[in-house]
Design a protein around this ligand. Sequence first.
Ligand SMILES: CC(C)(COP(=O)(O)OP(=O)(O)OC[C@H]1O[C@@H](n2cnc3c(N)ncnc32)[C@H](O)[C@@H]1OP(=O)(O)O)[C@@H](O)C(=O)NCCC(=O)NCCS
Length: 324
Amino acid sequence: MIYTRIVGSGSFLPSTVVSNNDLAKDLLCRGIHTSDDWIVQRTGIKQRYVADVDVNTSHMAVESARMALIDSGIDASDIDLIIVATSTPDCVFPSTACVVQSKLNASRAAAFDLQAACSGFIYSLSTAESFICSGKAKNVLVIGAEKFSRILDWNDRSTCVLFGDGAGAFVLTASYDCGILSSCISSDGSISDILSVSGHFDRGNVNGCPFVRMDGQSVFKNAVYVLEESARAVCDKACVDINSINWFIPHQANIRIIKMLSRRLGISNDKFVITVDKHANTSAASIPLAFNVAKLDGRIKNGDLVLIQGVGGGFTWGSLLVRI
Ligand SMILES: CC(C)(COP(=O)(O)OP(=O)(O)OC[C@H]1O[C@@H](n2cnc3c(N)ncnc32)[C@H](O)[C@@H]1OP(=O)(O)O)[C@@H](O)C(=O)NCCC(=O)NCCS
C-alpha cells in the first residue's frame, strides 16, 4: 500500500505585525469604530501579519517552500508537481504555481493553482494524494499562500479585522510506512453567497465587488456543522477512534468555531492547535502555518495522528487524517 507522507513543512509570515489596537486606531482615522475587546471576544484574534505592497503571494509561497524543501531533504529538481492553494494569485495567469516553479528551479515539476478559498490547502493535499497514490507523481510540493489584505475592504469592520497574510508549505512523498490515512472534500455551491469576492475582469473593467463580503453568522453555523460531520467521516473511513487522535488542526478562522467544534466532538481544547490569535485567518495558508508552529515547538512528533480540517468560501470544506 502506498501512502502520501508529509516529509517536510515550512512557513512564511510578513514582517509587519498589526495588533488589534493598531488596526482600531487606523480605522478610527476613517471614522470606523472597533476595539481590541470586540475582536478578541468575538474571534480570539489579537494580531495579524500584513504584507508590504511589494511582497506578493508568490514571494511568500517561495519562502515557505524553500523552508519545507530543506526540512524534507528533497531537492527542488526532484519535485514532480507543485500545487499552490490561493484565492489571491499574483495575476490571472500565469498561475502562482508556475512563478514558484521558476523561482525554485523545480524544472521537472508540473504546476497549477487550486482555488477552494479557505479549504484550498485540504483540497490540494487531497489532490496531491491522488497523484501520489496513482503513481503519477512521487514528490509533490503543496503550498497555501495568501495576500488577503489585497481583497479586504478596509472600510468594512465586519470583515477587515478577521484576516491576515502568510504562507505555508508541505513536501509530500510516496511512502510504504505511513502518511494520509483518509481524506474527504465536499462543497455546497448553493450557499456560495454567504462568503464571496464576486469581482471579475470584464473588457478592462472590474465588475462586481473586489472585496470579501460575508454573512458572518451563516458562515459560523455552517462551519461548525460541516467540520464536525467531516471529522467523524474521515475517522469512520479510516476506522480510527476519534479519541486516539493526538492533534486537531482545524482552519484558523475563529476561536469560537474551534471551541464549539471541540465541545461537539467531545475532545479537549488542549488537543487543538490554535494560531488564530497570532495569525488571524490566513485562508488557504492557515493550516500549514498552524502545523508548522506545532511541529517546531515539539508538539507534533513522528508517529502522531493528526486531523487537519478546512472550511470556507464556495461553500467548501474537507478533512484529512494523517499519521506523521
Ligand atoms: C464575523 C463575526 C465575528 C461577527 O460576530 P457576530 O457575533 O456574528 O456579530 P454580528 O455580525 O451579529 O454583529 C454584532 C454587532 O457588532 C458590530 N460589529 C461588526 N464588526 C465589528 C467590529 N469589528 N468591531 C465592533 N463592532 C463590530 C455589528 O455592526 C453589529 O452591531 P449592531 O448590533 O449595532 O448591528 C462572526 O459572525 C464570525 O466569526 N463568523 C464566522 C466568520 C468566519 O469564520 N469567516 C471565515 C470563514 S473561512
